[in-house]
Design a protein around this ligand. Sequence first.
Ligand code: ARG
Ligand code: ZN
Length: 875
Amino acid sequence: QPTYLHDYQPPAYRVTHTELKFDLSSSATRVTARLHVERHPAHQDAGALPLVLNGEQLTLKRIAVDGEELEADEYAQDDATLTVHRVPESFLLDTEVEIDPAANTALSGLYQSSGMFCTQCEAEGFRRITFYPDRPDVMATFSTTVIGDRATLPVLLSNGNPVESGELPDDRHFVTWEDPHPKPSYLFALVAGDLKKVEDRFTTQSGRDVTLQVWVEEENLSKTDHAMASLKRAMKWDEETYGREYDLDLFMIVAVNDFNMGAMENKGLNIFNSAAVLTHPHTATDAAFQRVESIVAHEYFHNWSGNRVTCRDWFQLSLKEGFTVFRDQSFSADTNSAPVKRIEDVSMFRTAQFAEDAGPTAHPIRPDHYIEIGNFYTLTIYEKGAEVVRMLRNLLGWELFRRGSDLYFERLDGQAATIEDFVGCMSEVSGLDLTQFMHWYSQAGTPEIDAHGEYDYAKSEYHLTLRQRTAPTPGQPDKVALHIPIRMGLVGTKSGQDLKMTVDGESVGTDTVIHLREYEQHFVFTDLAEAPVPSLLRGFSAPVKLRFPYGREDLAFLLQHDSDGFNRWDAGQRLAMLALEDLIAAHRNGVEKVMDVRVVEAFRTLLTGETDDKAVLAEMLTLPSEAYIAEQQPVVDVDAIHAARTFVKQSLAYALRDEFMAVYRANQLDAPYAPEPQQIAARSLKNVALSYLVAIEDEEALSLAQAQFDADHNMTDVRSALTLLTHSSRNDLADPALRAFGEKWSHDPLVMDQWFSIQVTRPQADALDRVKFLMEHPKFSLKNPNKVRALIGAFASNRVNFHRIDGAGYRLLSDVVIELNKLNPEIAARLVTPLTRWQRFDEARQELMKAELERIRAEDLSPNVYEVIEKALAD
Ligand code: ARG
Ligand code: ZN
């Protein structure tokens, strides 16, 4: 039952206008639809064709063509489609169905969340609302009437502009909305509930006056400022950077508590997971403020990259997601610290996307088949897609890239496009041949580059050899060579400066891009003034793994002298990795662990030196995560990794206690909280320093953490302190703090999510018992995706405890997956991910993990979970 890219056909019929009427009621909502249907020109001469509509879990009450009720033999229905055997070239289709929003725990289609009605239609939720050609290449204007109880549902929203409203019998009322922009069904939205709004205005470049609204439950009205400010910044940025203006008089954001993902870009009515919109200094961390800013921007940017130009089919998902992630990353970089944004993004990418590429669900940015498209909202489609767009930007340079983007938006406006359309525009404006580059979209897996370099003193030449290889991935045993742009410099070992480089007699400056297109290529840099250390893949110029046999002195040198901030950070990470690898080996062999003094000295220099960017410094002082270290190991040894990393952290803390303490004290802030770059930098630096000191359970550090918790200045500091206390062995400090925090915030679901996560990510052996205990907590619910992520998802990221050798962690996860498979398949399929990575572990753990996958396989599975499990167990 997979769907294949190569089977794509235009639809037989298209819908030009859609009229909907919703009569809302919890378990029996009536949806009346009138579709203006006509034969698609591509099938004009095909003879008679039946009309096939998608529809799931709908109770059909009425169906008529051009006003004539259909007889039972004139149409057929199964659990996924409705077929009308004979229809005219152009006609009106009327249907009426009944649906049950209260029973919708999958949160796809129309559902209820904390009493309000809301929708999630991407990718294939609209078919749970009404019978429809539910595919993105069918684009219609919509007119939607929403009817509900005046008392419980005072606010009735849909896409576009409100054009009519009024009272109805039985204390009911209605609002009619019109969206003049043709859109696919996945961008439809409806919200009804007892909501309050904050309102603001934005005047576009060309003078359109836009009303901005953020709709929330009354108690959250004080948490909307940052989202509103972010929205206005995003609107301005998109005008200035991409020349894109908003195109309606009204733009709405709604916060809902139960939501499968971050947010959704429905035309004019963005619906957000409350976690992705609500902030307050006392409830949200700096990271949460930044996440809200980037998601608000992301959804807003979709208005052009996604809505005005949409996707022809779901295989093109990265067309809108990769481009929009690239746009939101650029926005955040411009708004905050650009180097830190890049470090954070790459750090996450190299940990999680590389892991996806190395596992059984590896897929290209444009997959060629799927069973359940809901399983493809992945790091590969989103983040690797964004990296590929970033490479295009760098290949073309900003000006040509912007011209390509203008051409794309102009030429494909109002259409459903493909990735070829996008790359074609880039190629057209630049004259670049992007044929080989297109393989980035079709080939799965992470390219690995082995680099070797040699300096020829006699000739003053540097010889660099690069070899690329992409390991086989499921269904793709053979890989082609990719076009990989590698930004680089050569740093002089004497001067510490970037050297002027000459290639083939031509000067290429001190920072250049070399293009690896073959499996193996040789580059010669001539006329060098001194011996260099190469700085390769600056700014992470391509989503690859690059190995180079750096010595530790080389890395310490680059850490000091590389002119590229990103590579300076990366040199530190590589240096720490070398030390960690030794310690992992020592742990396995039962040899005494010895700390590498070069790492200590590098840290001392960082801690005592001058810095102009504290946020970057905080990143440099952060050791590679256990998950990242695991990615570098041929066989993941969970316990050795944890022991090695803890040893490095503690050794650094013992050796540099006073230095860490000085940094902590120097970065205390008195100013009122603001989520602005300077303050964020100081807080992260201070809290990183404290984390080292608490790692050795230094008494003074513990009391500083306690004091920081008690001071209750802002959530960033409180959460940091509470995490450090909870992750120490000092239950006498952790337990009272957790109790106080839990009581204080029991009314706030988003803060309680943090409270759940902090407890179940502690390294102590009781983490699993805490999960079981907290699953019974009155504030926990399997029906709320945020709670599932906060408790179960967070526990699965607790490496030592999830991978317990008795298998209890795996069992707990699979028990939850089995429950969720029935309630919310999309969340269940995501949650199972850590188990699918079984090949990466030792044999004992492999057997335990596979046994749990088999146990899940024996259930009556949703397509979502089925697809993931089959891939995970395929050999
Ligand atoms: N298009 C949304 C976003 O990136 C994601 C929605 C996906 N939803 C889902 N249930 N699969 O911004
Ligand atoms: Zn998106």
